[in-house]
Ligand binder design. Structure first.
Ligand code: ATP
Ligand code: MG
Length: 404
């Protein structure tokens, strides 16, 4: 049996008012029923870094059934690993039972985690997490940070290190490499040399990770507000050609392609920082825009498309086969890019130009607002005048004003 080591306990260095009141109520109810319970993961990290957490997750010694019985408005979710969703007001809080890392593989071979289903102690639950900054626990009743992983030191020094050996941890789950990039860029944390070296070494294993998990993290990367930086990191870590091979292949053709793409996504980043919330479809469209636009030209086209209009869907179906992206996301990205070709005469490479499709039709589509946003980002990034954007914007306003 493993001897339980004591964690380092530090007074909570921020005001209680930063905590979600309802989440604290849920936590207290669990503690009062005799279950060891903490806030865990991203919320503790964000609070310590002075950021507002997205959501407050709880971890507890209570089993899912015990949690379920304590809260009338709750339900057990998940097949593989069961969690409880506790509803309070309009909010939902995720309560997970402490779990341990899966059995360590014997000998040198590190196994990829496929089944992480065993309940454990609070300490084990901290140790199974990916990065030290993500392994901190918070007890708001005792007003303490509970640290089994030396996470506070990393917070203080703005460092990003793995819990345990980075090579082993990335081999267990290569998706952690994408998470490394996400936390570096989103939180401005500096990874250790060992982490960077391990990420480079293990990156090829990413192709074996479940595509939906990879895709989920890629999209989260596209939300960091520093997609330009993310692209640089993914290229430097030689990961881009593994997760988005067609895009990486296009970038490898060189010229000013990388700068062009970075300028485009910087516009999207700016918009996100101003509070914009691009859909996955728009993010994908921005990322693939320059590549698709180049493929619209009949000469030098590399994808097997009949004509320009079918280029976006051909490109995205190839991605769908690899990444099993949700249809709706791909459809939206396709529509947004097709709309660019309709709105922007600079993208019309047809020999005999036919009449442009009726603007009214476009204005009525549910993707129009995002297509317009995409147009603006493209014009700005490419250093073009915004007249074209203004024109379409005015049409949209005019349409709204019209009765009926
Ligand atoms: P975000 O702000 O993007 O949601 P997060 O840190 O909250 O970041 P989640 O994916 O929501 O990340 O996961 C919550 C917590 O679960 C993490 O903080 C981490 O402790 C743990 N975790 C998530 N993914 C992994 C993983 N692949 N390996 C180990 N621990 C993980
Ligand atoms: Mg989270």
């Amino acid at each position: 049996m493993e001897i339980e080591q004591a964690p380092r306990r530090t007074p909570m260095p921020f005001s209680r008012r930063k905590l979600d009141r309802r989440a604290v109520d849920v936590l207290k109810r669990l503690q009062e029923a005799g279950h060891e319970t903490y806030f865990v993961g991203g919320c503790v990290r964000d609070l310590l870094l002075g950021r507002q957490p997205k959501d407050f997750d709880l971890a507890t010694s209570a089993s899912p059934n015990q949690v379920r019985r304590l809260f009338r408005r709750s339900r057990i979710i998940g097949r593989r690993f069961k969690l409880v969703h506790v509803y309070a007001g309009r909010q939902v809080y995720e309560v997970a039972t402490f779990r341990s890392a899966p059995e360590e593989a014997i000998g040198e071979e590190v196994q990829v985690i496929r089944d992480d289903n065993t309940f454990g102690t609070a300490r084990e639950d901290a140790l199974r997490r990916d990065f030290r900054v993500n392994g901190l626990f918070l007890d708001p009743v005792a007003s303490e940070i509970v640290d089994w992983v030396d996470g506070l030191a990393d917070i203080r020094n703005r460092r990003l290190s793995a819990i345990g050996d980075p090579l082993r941890r990335f081999q267990e789950d290569p998706v952690r490499i994408l998470r490394l990039v996400k936390f570096m860029r989103r939180l401005g944390l500096e990874p250790g040399e060992a982490e960077v070296a391990a990420a480079q070494e293990v990156a090829p294993l990413l192709v074996e990770s479940a595509p939906p998990r990879v895709v989920e993290e890629v999209f989260r990367l596209a939300l960091t507000g520093d997609l330009a930086g993310v692209l640089e990191d993914l290229t430097a870590l030689e990961v881009l050609h593994l997760v988005l091979p067609d895009l990486a292949g296009w970038l490898e053709r060189g010229g000013d392609r990388f700068d062009l793409l970075v300028a485009r996504v910087e516009r999207l980043d700016e918009w996100i920082r101003d509070g914009g919330e691009p859909s996955y479809g728009l993010r994908l469209a921005m990322l693939y825009g320059p590549f698709v636009e180049e493929e619209l030209r009949p000469e030098g086209r590399t994808v097997q498309a009949r004509d320009g209009a079918s280029v976006p869907s051909v490109v995205f179906s190839a991605l769908q086969r690899r990444a099993r992206l949700p249809r709706a996301v791909l459809n939206r990205a396709t529509r947004i890019l097709q709309a660019q070709a309709r709105m922007d005469p600079a993208l019309d490479f047809r020999k005999r130009r036919r009449r442009r499709s009726a603007p009214d039709w476009m204005l009525q589509q549910d993707f129009f607002a995002e297509a317009l946003e995409c147009l603006r980002c493209r014009l700005e990034a490419d250093g073009r005048e915004l007249d074209l954007y203004d024109e379409w914007h005015e049409r949209a306003l005019f349409m709204e004003d019209r009765p009926g």
